[in-house]
Design a protein around this ligand. Sequence first.
Ligand code: ATP
Length: 733
Amino acid sequence: MKQQYRGLTTEEVAVSRSAHGTNVLTPPKHEPVWRKFLRKFSDPLIVILLIAGALSVGISFYEYFVLREGLRVFFEPVGIFMAILLATGLAFIFEYKADKEFSILNQVDDEEPVVVLRDGQWHRIPKCDVVVGDIVKVETGAEIPADGQLLESRSLLVDESTLTGEPVAEKEVVGGRGDVYPSWLLLRGTKVVEGYGVMRVQKVGDATENGKVFTAAQIDDSVKTPLNEQLERLGLLISRISYAIAALVIVGRIANELITEPYEWVHFIAYVLQTIMIAVTLIVVAVPEGLPMAVTLSLAYSMRRMLKANNLVRKMHACETMGAATVICTDKTGTLTQNRMTVAEMWISEEQGARSEEQEENLRSLLYENIAVNSTAELSGDEALGNPTEVALLRWLQEQGEDYKELRRQATIIEQVPFSTERKYMSTTLALPSFLRPDGAQPLRRSILPPRVYIKGAPEIVLAQCTLTPEQEKEVKEKLDEWQSRAMRTLAFACEGTLLAIVAISDPVREDVPAAVRECQRAGIRVVIVTGDTMGTAQEVARQCGVAPSSEQLEGASIASMTDEELRERARDIVIVARARPMDKKRLVEALKARGEVVAVTGDGTNDAPALHAAHVGLSMGDGTAVAKEASDITIIDNSFASIGRAVMWGRSLYKNIQRFLFFQLVVNISALIIALVGAVLGTELPLTVTQILWINIIMDTFAAMALSTLPPSRIVMKEPPRKPTDSIVSRN
Ligand code: ATP
C-alpha cells in the first residue's frame, strides 16, 4: 500500500469542523410537547370521561339547587376531573419517557467506529467525528461514513441501494461514470459489499447526498410483536364484555327503579343520567387502557436496561422473542472466545528439510512479505485496526524485528482477492519482484523470484495448491491436528505453489462464558456452536465452554449436501457445525425453525445477513460489520455470549412482568364489574361511587402498570423451561 497521504492534523480537523460542520444529520423537528399532551385528550376513553364529568356537573347542580343538598355533591365532578387530569398527565409522562429512551438508543448509530488517518497514524474514531478532508479506510461490511473521493481501491463493490437502488456498484479510482454517480465517489450510508478502499471526505452531515434525503432512522417499533397482538385481542375481548355488562347495569337499574319508585319525571331523568354515568365509568374501568402503556413502558425500560447489559435492541419484538428462544446458534470467535488472537506457534518450511541457506532466507523473507502485504490490518501504537487474525500476524512480524509498513511501501500490488468466510483465503499479486532483503540491502536474485502471488488462508485450501514431499505432508498434518485439538485457529501461507509456513493462533475462551452456557442450558436452551474454523478447534472450544461435544456434529460441506428433510432430521441434536459457510448457517436456521424451535443466531460478517434475517432473533456483534448490524434485531455490544444469556433473562422477565400486570388488572376489573352488576340488579345504592371507581382505575391502570412493568429481572426465570410461543399470556393458572 502506498501511503502518500498523511491525513489531517489536530488543528486542521478543528478548522475543517468549524468550516464544514460535523458529520451528524439534523433530525427532523419534533412535535411540540404541549401538542403531544393535548393529543392525549382525543383518546376515546378520555372523551367518554369528559362527557361523564359534564353530566356529573349537571347532576350536582340539580342536586344542590333543586334538591337543596349540601356542598358535598360537588365532590364527584371534581373527583372525575382530577382523575382525568391525572390519567392524561401520567400517560403523557410515561409516553414521553419511553420516547426519550428510544431516542437515546437511536443515537448509537453516530458512534459507529470509523478508521481514519490523522497525524500520519490510523485511528478509530466515532462516525460523527469525521470531518471534510479526512482520509478514511473502508473494508468489507463497513458503512461509508461520509461522501468522498476514492483514492485507492481493491475489488471494491458497494451496495448503493439506499440511494440509487444499485445493489452492487463497482467503484474505481479512475473509471467511467456510474449510472447516477461517478464511480470514484463513495456515498454516506452506502455499504461495502466486498473489497477495500481509501477515500478523502468531501462532504459531511447534511451536505451529503444521504443527508439531503434523510428522514430520521427510527428504531423500528411499528411492527406489532406477537405479544402486542395477543394483548390487543385480549383487550378487545375485555372491552366487549364490559360493554355488555354496562348495558346490563343500565337495564337492571332502570328496571329496578321503575318497579320500586313512584314515577316522577325530573327525578327519573336524573336517575337515568346517573345510571349512564355509572355505565360509562364501568367501561372506563374495565377497558385495560393501561395495557398498551404497560407494554410500551416495559419494552422501553427493558431496552434501556438491556443496553446497560450490552444489548442494543434494534427491533422491539426481539426483547420478548428472546425470552422464548429454545436454540441459540453462536459464533465462536469473539463470542465464546476473547478475540484476543496471538500467534502461538509458527512452523516455517525453511526450518525443515535440507535447503541452501539462501533458499531458507528467501522463504522466510517471502513469509514476511506475505504477512505484511497480504493483509489490510494496521498497527498504530497500541491500537490495532482490522481483522484480528491479521493483527495477530502483524504483531508476530513486529516481534521478529520486521516493519510491515516498510514491506508494504516497497511492494506494488496489482491485484488482491480479499478474505471472505466463503473463500477462507486471501491472495495478493505483486507487480514486480520488489523484494528486498530484511536488512534493506540488495534485492535477491530475480531468477528464483518470479512475480509473486501470495496466498494465506485455511490450511486445506492453501495446501491443496502446494507441492509437498510425503514426509512434509505428514509432518504438516500432524502439527495441524495437534494445534486444532488445542482449540487453536490454523492458517497456512504459500507463494507460487511453495508452502511457506503454517501457523497456530490462540484465542482463549472468555472467562464468563462456561457459566453463561451452563445457565442457558439449565434454562432449557440448546447452545449450538457454528464456526468457520475446523472441527478439531470447534470441539475443543465446545469442551472448554461446556457444550457436550459428544452430540451431533456436522461440517458445513455435509450440510450443503443434505436435503432440507435430512437436515431437519439431523438438526434435532446438533451442537457443533464446523467449517460452516454463511449459506450453511442460514439453512441450519431454517431447519431448526421448521422443527418448531425459536431460534436466535449470532453473526458478525456481511455474509451472515441471510442467517440473521432468517432467525427469529438475529444477534449481531458490536465489532461486526454495519451490514450484519442492520440485518439483526439486537446488537451485542461487548460481543460476549454472557450478554446473550442476559438478553434471554430480560426477555423472560419482560413477559413475566406483563403477565403479572395483566393478572392484577383482570382481577380488579372483574371484581369491579361484578360489584357494580350485582348492586344494580339488587337495586341497592351503588356499592362504589363513580369517583371511587375512577380512582381505583387510576391506581391500578397507571401506578400499578408502572410498578409491575418495571420490576427488575430475576435470575429465577432462568430456572424454568422456555415458554411455548403458542401459549396464551393468560394461562390456566
Ligand atoms: P468463528 O465462528 O470462529 O467466528 P468464522 O466463521 O468467523 O469463525 P472465519 O473468520 O471465516 O471463521 O475463518 C475461517 C478460516 O479462514 C479460519 O480457520 C482461517 O483458517 C481462515 N482465515 C481467517 N481469517 C483469515 C484471514 N484474514 N486471511 C486468510 N485466512 C483467514
